[in-house]
Design a protein around this ligand. Structure first.
Ligand code: NAP
Length: 294
């Protein structure tokens, strides 16, 4: 894979979080195959065997580094070791994340905090550690992996996860103004449904697992809907290609969509009022005739 002239990208240094699987794994490989010196970071190094063996086989400029986005020390150590070795970071891809699912009232505070600790504060922690280097360089690009749930607006059971992605969008759009004078670009990637480990890794709020939850009817209705949408999932390579395009575009857009489903959703959203869009989504989720459990 050698889309944008690989030679022009040589010696640019990229850091990707959550590279043990899915989008992060494919993005790390995509960047390395296109000449970026790539630090594929992950919290659990035991999951690095596949990427390491491909790196060796293809002689890629890829290194694996331990980085848990929820751990200050781990983030500090990783950034220090990368900058000592490579003296700069040109690209940061904030990708690590998971979904907490459950009706909002069922979600315990510690479950909600854990979701934010990874999906939002994880992005904040890594970005704040990288920014001083990009600022000194007067260059760099930060790619934050958001989600198609933002143009979707929300879904039942998604309040925790969706709100972290809305927060990432607000964070990114605000930072863009601040960082532009320093030559640093900020980009959001909104993937649609992607076939990765993401759906197996979903954490369901404890109370929502209980059939006595007042929201169990709604949650039950959503389960087959998820199975259905998974059938049309796009590949994580598609998202990796979009990330590569974003970081190699001369003037990157603020938002890149990744997947036909999210493109269609955004198109539908364009022609409708918020109320019309909500009603269409409700029908789509098959929730028109839903009743509360108690
Ligand atoms: N799949 C989709 O349909 C979809 C759609 C839109 C957006 N996204 C977003 O895309 C990103 C990647 O998800 P994916 O689909 O590739 O799912 P995935 O295959 O489950 O990958 C998630 C990655 O995040 C890592 N991670 C979780 N907590 C972490 C932590 N504390 N520190 C460091 N890494 C951590 C995981 O590491 P472990 O292996 O150690 O758990 C894994 O490498 C997420 O931000 C997700 O919200 C996914």
């Amino acid at each position: 894979m050698t889309s944008p002239s690989s030679s022009s990208l040589k010696h640019r240094v990229a850091l990707v979080t959550g590279s043990s699987s899915g989008i992060g794994y494919e993005t790390s490989l995509m960047l390395a195959r296109n000449g970026f010196i790539t630090y594929a970071t992950m919290r659990n190094l035991k999951k690095s065997e596949n990427i390491k063996s491909l790196t060796e086989k293809e002689k890629l400029p890829l290194k694996v580094e331990q980085l848990d986005v929820t751990d200050d020390r781990s983030v500090k150590n990783a950034i220090q070791s990368i900058t000592v070795e490579s003296s700069k970071i040109d690209v940061l891809v904030n990708n690590a994340g998971y979904a907490l699912n459950g009706a909002f009232e069922d979600i315990a505070m510690d479950e909600l905090k854990a979701q934010y600790e990874t999906n939002l504060f994880g992005v904040a922690r890594v970005t704040q550690a990288v920014l001083p280097f990009m600022r000194k360089q007067k260059s760099g690009i930060i790619v934050n992996i958001s989600s198609g749930v933002v143009p979707m607006g929300g879904f039942p059971g998604g309040s925790a996860y969706v709100s972290t992605k809305f927060a990432i969008e607000g964070l990114s759009k605000s930072m863009k103004y601040e960082l532009e004078p320093f030559g640093i670009k900020v980009v959001l990637v909104e993937p649609g449904v992607i076939g990765t480990n993401f759906f197996n890794a979903v954490v369901v709020a404890k109370k929502s697992q209980d059939s006595s939850s007042p929201y169990s009817n709604i949650m039950k209705k959503m389960a087959p809907r998820f199975e259905e949408i998974m059938k049309n999932a796009s590949s994580p390579e598609l998202v990796a290609r979009v990330v590569l395009k974003a970081i190699t575009d001369e003037n990157p857009s603020l938002i890149y969509l990744a997947g036909k489903d999210v493109e269609q959703l955004k198109e539908a959203n364009r022609g409708m009022s918020d109320e019309e869009f909500y009603r269409m989504m409700k029908k789509n989720f098959n929730l028109d005739s839903i009743e509360s459990t108690t």
